[in-house]
Ligand binder design. Sequence first.
Ligand code: PMP
Length: 435
Amino acid sequence: MTKILHRNIGTNLPKAVAGEGIYITDSEGRRYIDGSGGAAVSCLGHNHSEVLAAMKAQMARISYAHTSFFTTDIAEQLAEQLVELAPEGLDYVYLVSGGSEAVEAALKMARQHFVEVGQPQRRHIIARRQSYHGNTIGALATGGNEWRRAQFKPLLPETHHVSPCYAYRDMQTGETPEAYAERLAAELEAKVIELGDDKIMAFVAEPLVGATLGAVGPVADYFKRVREICDRYGILLILDEVMCGMGRTGTIFALEQEGIVPDLVTIAKGLGGGFQPIGAVLLSENIYRAFAEGSGLFQHGHTYIGHPIAAAAASKVIEILKRPEMMVNVVKMGDRLQAGLDAALGQSPYVGDIRGRGLFRGVEIVADKDTKQPFDAARKIHSKIKTEAMQRGLMCYPMGGTMDGKQGDHVLLAPPYIVKPEQIDLIVERLAAAI
Ligand code: PMP
């Protein structure tokens, strides 16, 4: 047994030896369709020739230069591309090395921003239950996944959680989406008032909840109501697009479909198309100005920020994502995936909901379709589905039995954007057989 304290390394999982397009091959020669892009990472598939070429070319020039000594053309080029790509109003960028780092940086940026503008008492973070924002202590405290947080308490004491927007489970019979959005906004406002309306720093949410709920999107107007509350009380809105961003839902940013502009956005995963260390925080003029007119310095930094090779990968990923056919394929294949899952699993007594946008789809498994009762968590249905799917040559991202003891099992699908119709049909066939 390998002596590595690392989840799954040294276990008897298959060994990945090669990757190409939407496939990963293991040491026994078995081929798996990467139906989840790993964890919604491989947006362009494995070993994309243009991305590899860009990385190799960069490697031959300069592969590492610490940011306290140098800037590089490639990091500056990436920053410009990101700002050009971002929705209007998010005109500044801070590069980081991954998803948790992006969340951590956004939180610290928000905190220091309020120090700079003379409101240091604004320290409270409100996020949502059953959410995941990363594994570093600040990001973990922000996440609302109780079982993950439990053993690390006390965490940041100033983190609080309200209900997620989860229509399948929480929208009441007869309630309209507008009334549901209104009810959730009222809950958020009540929390703000309870904590002290001049003490709240930020509200943090994923536009579509990935890892914890399985591609659960908001009802119409939810984020508009949230934005109103944030504006009313001077709270910064941080949207975490680490998983659902970079084209995953059919628009480059999932928030583009919500008709609002947040103050800070975190991205990673798809940005590197599978290569690290890369992530970023996009920020508004308002935040930038507080630093520019204040101390002039964001008190933060990590060793691999703006890493040239990762920046070369991300720069090429962005160039490719901007080709019109990419988002067209995400929407088309996403629709095909939804239709296929509906046809294959819609009638299953164990499938309660099939949802999502673009190539970000979730299947919720229930023990009883009428009552929406989940399976007992101890049965670990989600991990059995994963094993069954792997045996059929499909990678899908399972989660469940873990959501504060309340929700059950979900399977997330997030294939690369280059996926073809017949491959979508195979994903559906294999997942249905596994379930
Ligand atoms: N935020 C969200 C929404 C995520 O899904 C994840 C990773 N699953 C993270 C943050 C953390 O990213 P990383 O694992 O790159 O630190």
